[in-house]
Design a binder for this molecule. Structure first.
Ligand code: TXA
Ligand code: MG
Length: 342
C-alpha cells in the first residue's frame, strides 16, 4: 500500500493551507481509509467510527485483540449526546474539562458506535489538539482511534517512529509536532451513585478530579476488568524492562555494573547524566521534579532505547503524584511489574 505522508503545521490549523491538508486527510477517513494523526496525548490510528470494515482494518494493522474496544473521537462535546447517555456527573465533567485529554466511558444511546465497541458502553473523547478536532469535524463522523502503535508496544509521540512502524500499512500519516502531553488520555467511567472510576491515569489527574467522588477500588483488582484493555500487556519494549529502587548513587553503581556485563539501556532523570559519559544507551526523560517533562518524553525515550536491540533496559521509578502516577503506571505495565531493589 502506498502511504501518503503529510506534514502539517498544527499551530496554524486554521490557515487555508493547513485546512486544505486536513480536508484531504478527512476525505481519506470518509472513504474508509486509515489515517494516523497527532493529538495532544499520543498519535492516533484513525478511521470512521461508523464504518465496520474501516474499523476492522485498525485491528488488523495494530494486531490488536478484537475484544479491546476503541475510543470514538468527536469534534465537539455537544456531539456526545448523539451517541451516549450523559449522567449528571458526566455533564459536570464535560462542562468543566472538555475538550481535554480525558475519555468518558458512557452508556450507549443507540447502535451507531457498535463498530468501536460491542459492549453497552462506549468510550468518547474530544481532543484538545485543534488540528485533531478539525480533522474529525471535517470528516463529518466520529473517528475511532487507538494509540498509533503496534499492539503491546510503547505508544508514539514522535512522527518519525510512526513512519518506521506504519509506512505501507495505512493510507495516510499526518505528521505534526511531538505530542505535547505524551501519555494517553485519562479514562473514566461513571457509577449510578454519581461517583466515578479512573480506569486509566493520565494528564487529568486524581487531584484535578478531587471535586468528584472517586470510587477507590482499583478496577483491575476486581473480578472482571472494567476496561478491557487493562488485561493485555502494554508499552513493552523488546528488551526486558526493570524498575530500580534505591538512592541515586546505588542506582548509578548498579547500572554501570550491568552496562559492563551486557548491552544495557538506562531510562533516567536528567540528574543522572553527569554520572555517565556520552552514551547512546542512556535516555533522560526530564529532571526528577519535572513530572510534565517525564510524561512528554517517556514514550520517545522508550522507543529510542527499544530500537537499539538491548539485552535489558533499567529505569528510574517516577514520583507517583500528579501526572507522575500516569508515568509510573506506563512504566509498571511496560516492566510487567519487574522491580529490582538495588
Ligand atoms: O489519548 C488517547 O486516549 C489516545 C489518543 C489517540 O486519543 N487513544 C488511546 O486509545 O489511547 P487506546 O485504544 O490505545 O486506549 C483506549 C483504552 C483501552 O484501554 C480500552 O480498553 C479502553 O480505553 N476502552 C475503550 N472503550 C472502552 C469501554 N467501552 N469501556 C471501558 N474501557 C474502554
Ligand atoms: Mg494504546
Amino acid at each position: 500500500m502506498n502511504t501518503e505522508i503529510l506534514r502539517i503545521d498544527e499551530k496554524n490549523a486554521d490557515s487555508p493551507v493547513e485546512t486544505e491538508k486536513l480536508r484531504r486527510a478527512a476525505s481519506v477517513i470518509n472513504g474508509g481509509g486509515l489515517v494516523v494523526f497527532p493529538t495532544e496525548t499520543v498519535y492516533g490510528l484513525g478511521a470512521s467510527a461508523l464504518d465496520f470494515s474501516a474499523v476492522k482494518k485498525i485491528y488488523e494493522v495494530k494486531g490488536r485483540p478484537c475484544d479491546n474496544p476503541l475510543i470514538a473521537h468527536v469534534a465537539d462535546a455537544r456531539d456526545i449526546c448523539e451517541y451516549a447517555e450523559i449522567t449528571q456527573t458526566a455533564e459536570r465533567i464535560i462542562g468543566e474539562f472538555l475538550p481535554a485529554p480525558l475519555t468518558l466511558v458512557l452508556k450507549k444511546k443507540n447502535s451507531a458506535l457498535d463498530a468501536c465497541c460491542s459492549l453497552d458502553t462506549v468510550a468518547i473523547r474530544v481532543p484538545k489538539n485543534k488540528a485533531a478536532r478539525k480533522l474529525i469535524g471535517l470528516s463529518g463522523a466520529p473517528v475511532a482511534a487507538p494509540s498509533a502503535n503496534l499492539s503491546g508496544k510503547p505508544s508514539h509521540t514522535d512522527p518519525e517512529y510512526i513512519i518506521r512502524d506504519f509506512d505501507g500499512m495505512v493510507d495516510m500519516i499526518v505528521c505534526g509536532e511531538n505530542c505535547e502531553i505524551g501519555l494517553e488520555s485519562t479514562v473514566i467511567s461513571f457509577n449510578a451513585d454519581g461517583s466515578l472510576n479512573i480506569l486509566r491515569s493520565g494528564h487529568i489527574t486524581r487531584e484535578m478530579l478531587s471535586g468528584y467522588k472517586i470510587c477507590e477500588s482499583a478496577p483491575e483488582l476486581r473480578g472482571a476488568p472494567r476496561s478491557p484493555g487493562m488485561k493485555y500487556t502494554h508499552y513493552s519494549p523488546d528488551a526486558p524492562l526493570y524498575l530500580l529502587l534505591g538512592s541515586e548513587a546505588e542506582i548509578t553503581e548498579f547500572v554501570k555494573k550491568e552496562m559492563r556485563r551486557k548491552k544495557a539501556g538506562f531510562l533516567c532523570f536528567d540528574e543522572f547524566l553527569g554520572h555517565f559519559g556520552e552514551n547512546e544507551n542512556i535516555a533522560a526523560i526530564g529532571a526528577r521534579g519535572d513530572l510534565a517533562a517525564q510524561a512528554k518524553n517517556l514514550f520517545g525515550a522508550l522507543n529510542r532505547l527499544d530500537a537499539l536491540g538491548l539485552d535489558a533496559i533499567y529505569s528510574i521509578m517516577p514520583e507517583r503524584t500528579g501526572i507522575g502516577e500516569a508515568v509510573y503506571s506506563r512504566l509498571a505495565k511496560a516492566s510487567g511489574g519487574k522491580v529490582i531493589n538495588v
